[in-house]
Design a protein around this ligand. Structure first.
Ligand code: PHE
Length: 339
């Protein structure tokens, strides 16, 4: 009997298991109510009194060995699953890579640049902090000219000559000062006006303005260029030019495109007329050419300017201009599929 127990001690110490079930089976086999140890303790009364002491000791050794074995194997199993926790399931599919998206303002600006670069326009840029000359005076808007009120301006308090540009026409003045005709350039950029922020207006927004100067440039050239642009940009081929006023162009016009009245949204955005105003334009005033040292007797030109936000709002049916500046990812994510 004693030998049998000693053999069992050897079995227990040699035992190994890697799964929960195997460990549990081992525990039941040795340590449960109907397990080997209980049976052996029941044998106690049959053992000769002289041998009882030793038998008891050996039984206890077996019991402790079995209990230690169970604990040790359980610990090992837990450690192993913690290890796995660090690396996770190495066979799982990989996490999808989150792709960013371009901002809708950039998308539309790039589209506009694309359309005009196909007909020979280059891109020009200039400073956002401007002087009075480039933003106003050179553009036929001398000091105290009432039309300065058309564009509420942020001035630098200590120096009334310095301001945040109210339009990118300032870039065109700089371009004319530094380039000889023929000139074909568009100026995309950020502009600033001291306006109350609402769903329709913001104090910071973006423009693209265009300038074309050469010999014999006519109003018909302007109209054809605008027609080409609206076809490429919106897929619409009907425009109208309404007489308007800008100090730097003469004659001047607002450009409306015929958007149509096919859907309820069309009714809403065109206020039931089918027409949408998208930009201002005109023939460059001779005074502006003179201010930039271009001879108006030889050269003539046209100019136009549009707001990028307004066009993006039309193209993507964005109801509130403030959404462009909030950087809410739920908004930005919607432009993932657009390049
Ligand atoms: N600069 C004008 C504006 O910001 C737009 C414009 C540009 C109009 C060129 C006519 C010609 O409102």
């Amino acid at each position: 009997m004693l030998d049998k127990v000693k053999e069992l001690i050897g079995d227990v110490s040699a035992f190994n298991a890697t799964t929960k079930d195997e460990i549990e089976a081992f525990r039941i086999k040795f340590l449960s109510k109907k397990g080997i140890l209980n049976d052996l303790f029941a044998e106690f009364k049959n053992v000769a009194p002289a041998e009882r002491k030793e038998f008891g000791q050996v039984l206890n050794t077996l019991k402790n060995a079995a209990q230690d074995k169970v604990n040790q194997l359980k610990d090992a199993l837990e450690n192993a699953s913690e290890q796995k926790g660090i690396y996770g399931d190495l066979t799982r599919p990989e996490e999808p890579i989150e792709l960013g998206s371009r901002h809708p303002i950039s998308i539309v600006r790039n589209k506009i640049i694309d359309v005009f670069s196909r007909i020979g326009f280059t891109v020009s840029e200039g400073p956002e902090i401007e002087d009075d000359w480039h933003n106003f005076t050179a553009l036929n808007l001398p000091e105290y000219h009432p039309a300065r009120d058309m564009q509420d301006t942020f001035f630098i308090e200590t120096n009334p000559d310095i301001l945040l540009r109210t339009h990118t026409s300032s870039v065109q003045v700089r371009y004319m000062e530094n380039h000889k005709p023929p000139i074909r350039t568009i100026s995309p950029g950020r502009v600033f006006r001291n306006e109350d922020i609402s769903a329709r207006a913001h104090c910071i927004f973006h423009q693209v303005e265009g300038l074309y100067i050469d010999t014999d440039v006519s109003f018909a050239d302007l109209k054809q260029t605008l027609l080409y642009f609206t076809k490429e940009m919106f897929g619409k081929s009907k425009i109208r030019l309404r007489p308007s006023y800008f100090p730097f162009t003469e004659p001047s016009a607002e450009v409306d495109i015929y958007w149509g009245l096919e859907t309820e949204t069309d009714y809403k955005i065109t206020k039931g007329t089918g027409w949408l105003e998208i930009m201002g334009c005109g023939m460059v005033d001779p005074n502006v050419l003179k201010n930039a040292n271009i001879d108006p007797e030889i050269y003539s030109g046209y100019a136009f300017g549009m707001g990028i936000e307004r066009i993006a709002m039309l193209l993507y049916q964005i109801p509130d201009i403030r959404m462009f500046y909030e950087n809410d990812v739920r908004f930005l994510e919607q432009f993932k599929s657009v390049i």
